[in-house]
Design a protein around this ligand. Sequence first.
Ligand code: FAD
Length: 557
Amino acid sequence: MQDFTFSALHREEYFDRLSQEEFDILVIGGGITGAGIALDAVSRGLRVALVEKNDFAWGTSSRSTKLIHGGLRYLKQLEIRLVREVGLERAIVHHNARHVVLPERMLLPIVDGGSLGKMMSSLGLWVYDYLANVEKEERRKMLSKVETEAAEPLLRTDILKAGGLYYEYRTDDARLTIETLKTAVAHGAVALNYCQATAFNFAEDADNGGISRTTVRDTVSQKDYIIKSKYVVNAAGPWVDTLRAIDTEGVQGKRLHLTKGVHIVVPRERLNLAQSAYFDVLPDKRMCFAIPRLGVTYIGTTDTNYTGDVNTPQAEYADVAYILEATNAMFPDVKLTANDVISTWAGLRPLVHQDGKSPSELSRKDEIFVSTSGLISIAGGKLTGYRKMAERVVDLVCKKMKRSRICLTANLRVAGADFDSSEEFEQFLNLRAQSLKDLGIAPAAVIALGQRYGSNLDWIIEKAYALSAETESRADAFLLAEIEYAVAFEMVQTLSDFLIRRTGRLYFERPAISQNYPHIAELMAKTLAWSPSQKAEYLQDFEAEFARVMAWQEIEK
Ligand code: FAD
């Protein structure tokens, strides 16, 4: 169980450390890329600070398709090296984060007019298994038309030719980010959310010991601080060029190309798939995922050029209509309508621009740019490849520092992942679910908590027992224990942090939280000692997010 704190209640202490210590690396951006770099660097013995202008995982890293995947579609684009690398990474990330990266069986229907025929799908999935060194029990299985219909009775049959079953890994992107960051903090990194990098003052000679000074603003207290570090790494995702623009060199050479991806969420009973599906969007030869999770199914994604405000991407009516149409074309009896949509999210891919390429054709490869002033920026890439991306960045920094330190993260488990095998994790979950069932807690709720917190679930259970005398119900005791955990160990500052990034409730349980978010705010206000104005501000902020995910109803393209 966790033996360190990472709490907004200690912000001042962390700022003291940030402003007094001297670091080897300052990482800007608390998404999965920044979190991965912080963990890699600190585990090699470097002194690391990380700042995030909003909440951790607030950017793209809470708004992806939430898959750790080998990228079957990159095979279609013949990006063999990328498929192999992310395929191998998939296995490593699963081993290191077993509670939050879980095997997910996926059905690939093969249809007339689809992007891959029967032979090519079979060969493609085989190559995928081969490149990614997939374990025997998770290798692809090709199905006849009849078998495919049996595997998924909701599929359209008139154009169906066959199917393939294969495995991907499902994750919760924001939780993977926070678990990675917690692990970096446990190793000695200093990480702060609500802390924005605003100006650089680079050392003349960083490679020979020069120290750069970066100004950051605590956006809670509005105070400015200077952070001293040998190197500054810009891992700001869609904001990489915004930061490059405040560097003396500005944005030169390669630049970002942002594309927007939207997902919609419908109640599970409205699209009750037997397993996840990766299906063709017939008119434009793209592909979409439909993924059942808890009581809902989420579907996506779109891929369109984005030139709007980087801070506020959101689903528009046309995005939702596109996904609904694609889903109804493949699962015609379901007849989803706009009224079935209960939540959405929209994220921006921070891709590297390539002349003449459409959004879906742009490579997902990551690239590192080093400016003449010394700013090291990393762009492109995927959630799945974050560990390898971090390794490349930290290798570069070690080379500049003339230190040879080997990357250790291939065998470094993240917080909560204290399990040697999937079987051990399952046994852990089943034992907890069984014992709590007798106390009236639904097994599904225990499993969801276990997949959120892994072995740290035991802290929450113990706390819930301790709190049960002072709460109205056992469910309330668990809720309060979860809040106390998030406050003590996950740097939760606001209501949105808890309901969106730490627990995903806005996306996956929106109807339920429409009733109880004021109660949750009340509990958080006590635990975090919010002032009345803070409480009002955080409630208002969450209500805006709550409305934003359904604002597409009003936005005609
Ligand atoms: P971000 O998560 O955006 O993090 C950057 C952070 O920097 C932000 O939190 C931001 O607030 C912070 N920041 C910016 N400026 C400053 C500043 N001045 N000071 C401090 N902090 C700052 N990949 C997969 O592997 N699997 C998938 O299923 C998948 N699906 C996707 C679906 C969609 C719709 C999208 C958009 C992407 C998907 N991806 C997927 C890609 C993946 O999500 C991204 O590559 C990854 O999340 C990018 O992480 P990041 O840390 O680079 O950026």
